[in-house]
Structure formats: structure tokens, C-alpha cells
Design a protein around this ligand. Structure first.
Ligand code: ADP
Length: 254
């Protein structure tokens, strides 16, 4: 049986009197690629903050790698990339390699120097995201999509079992989004890293993900990709809150 990496049991959360998450049950297992989809304001970021231990749930329990979140200490097993990661401007004085190595500080300690082996790990992580030829470039000179790949390399350098990404394609040119997703696909299939990707997109990423969870305060569907694809667009529209039409939805029979 596959290891359970994230286990949310009956999770609920409120901001003041407003209920943001209700009775969330979700399990992410080793090697799976989950797309967590939902409209703006549906609670996606709040759920991620709870999973990362930044917010405590008001109801229910979250376990990471089989341990209750309060006792889970191996944070390097989870890499996190947010939508705001790619915000360096051209004046920021750090090379791509330095940014990636900064992902190791949790392992080597803030004031310890990096070894040759750390440098090799950083270069290996850059190779995985196909950015090794930019290792000596200034981070601020790269495009939003290239920066985001570097931030994924920084998350990978600690060799996590699980990568969590919150809207990682925000700030990436539309024409580069497909190749960004295909890189994530390689990461998942070839390197065996489980992925939990948060997005308001209902189409492209669900072509790649092995599993899909639909969130709008509560989980309206969770399951394998083919079951999501076979869902009727009207069913998706009813929980999404407004009419949606997917490009990759099953064709209507004539
Ligand atoms: P999503 O990531 O799906 O856009 P969020 O988790 O950011 O949704 O937000 C869910 C709901 O919680 C929204 O209605 C949002 O306005 C509200 N919310 C988010 N953060 C706060 C906060 N710090 N204080 C009060 N309400 C918040």
C-alpha cells in the first residue's frame, strides 16, 4: 500500500464567523499528482496554509507522513512554491545557483557554508527544471516562468517527497504554461515526487494530474483524473458557482 503523505480528516476552518472550509477529507499518497481546483475565494490557499502548519484547523485533524501536524518536524520532506515566489526584480543581487542553494539552509544551517556536494545538488536540481545553463545568471534577469522554475529547483534541492504549489503559473506567459506543466509531469513521473498543485484552472492541469479535488468551501469531488474528465460541465458549473465549459470535457454524442 502506498504511503499517505497528507491526510486531512474532517478539517474545518473559520475566519471570525465566516466558514471557509467545512468537513474536508483528502488524502495524498506517494507518487500521486493532485490538482486542487476551485474558484477564487474557495479556500484553496487556506487549506494549503493548514497543511503547511501556518494555520491551525478549527475542526478535524491533519497528518503529514503519518504524524500529527504538531509533531511533524521533517519539513524538508515538503517543498513549497507559491505564486509570489517569482517576484525578484532585475536589481536583486543573487545568482540562480545562490537562490537554489538557499533551499538547503534548513539542512546545513543558516550560517554554515555550502560544500561542493551542496553545489552539485543545486546544479542537479537546476538540471531537473532545465535551468542549469542559467546557473550564473542574475535571478532578476530571468522571465517569470524561468524564475518559477528556479524556485521549484530551490524546493527540490532538499530532496522532498512532496511538492506543494499554490497557483505556480501566475506570472508565467500563457505560451510557456504548457511547457511548465510538462516539466511538472516529468518531475512526478520520472523523479517520483508527489505533487499537490493549487489552481483556479479547470482544464490544462487536469490533463496532467493523476487526481483532481474540487474545492468550494467543501470538497465537491475528489478522485482520479478520468472520472473528473467524464463529469458533466453542468455538474462542475453547479459547485464552481458560474457556468464553465472545459476544452477537454468529453464530447457530446451526436
Ligand atoms: P482561494 O485561495 O481559493 O482564493 P482563500 O483561502 O485565499 O481562497 O480565501 C478563502 C476565503 O477566506 C475568502 O473569502 C477570503 O476572502 C477569506 N480570507 C482569506 N484570508 C483571510 C484573512 N486573513 N482574514 C479574513 N478572511 C480571509
Amino acid at each position: 500500500m502506498k504511503n499517505i503523505l497528507i491526510d486531512c480528516e474532517n478539517v474545518g476552518f473559520h475566519y471570525g464567523h465566516s466558514t471557509v472550509l467545512e468537513d474536508i477529507n483528502l488524502q495524498v499518497k506517494a507518487g500521486e499528482f493532485w490538482a486542487l481546483i476551485g474558484p477564487n475565494g474557495s479556500g484553496k490557499s487556506t487549506l494549503i496554509k493548514i497543511i503547511l502548519g501556518l494555520l491551525a484547523p478549527d475542526e478535524g485533524v491533519v497528518k503529514l507522513f503519518g504524524k500529527s501536524i504538531g509533531t511533524f518536524k521533517q519539513r524538508e520532506r515538503i517543498g513549497f512554491v507559491s505564486q509570489k515566489s517569482n517576484s525578484f526584480n532585475s536589481g536583486f543581487p543573487a545568482t540562480v545557483l545562490e537562490v537554489v542553494k538557499s533551499g538547503l539552509t534548513r539542512k546545513v544551517g543558516l550560517f554554515k557554508s555550502f560544500s561542493k556536494q551542496d553545489e552539485r545538488h543545486a546544479l542537479d536540481a537546476l538540471k531537473i527544471v532545465k535551468m542549469d545553463e542559467f546557473s550564473n545568471s542574475n535571478i532578476g534577469e530571468l522571465s517569470g516562468g524561468q524564475q518559477q522554475r528556479v524556485f521549484i529547483a530551490r524546493a527540490l534541492v532538499g530532496e522532498p517527497d512532496l511538492l506543494i504549489m499554490d497557483e505556480p503559473t501566475v506570472g508565467i506567459d500563457q505560451k510557456n504554461v504548457a511547457s511548465f506543466y510538462s516539466m511538472l509531469n516529468d518531475l512526478n513521473r520520472e523523479h517520483g515526487i508527489a505533487i499537490l498543485l493549487v489552481t483556479h484552472e479547470i482544464d490544462l492541469v487536469t490533463e496532467l494530474a493523476s487526481h483532481v479535488a474540487c474545492l468550494n468551501r467543501s470538497i465537491h469531488f475528489h478522485g482520479i483524473q478520468s472520472d473528473y474528465k467524464n463529469m458533466d460541465d453542468d455538474d462542475i458549473s453547479s459547485w464552481y458557482g458560474h457556468p464553465v465549459r472545459r476544452v477537454h470535457a468529453p464530447k457530446e454524442e451526436v
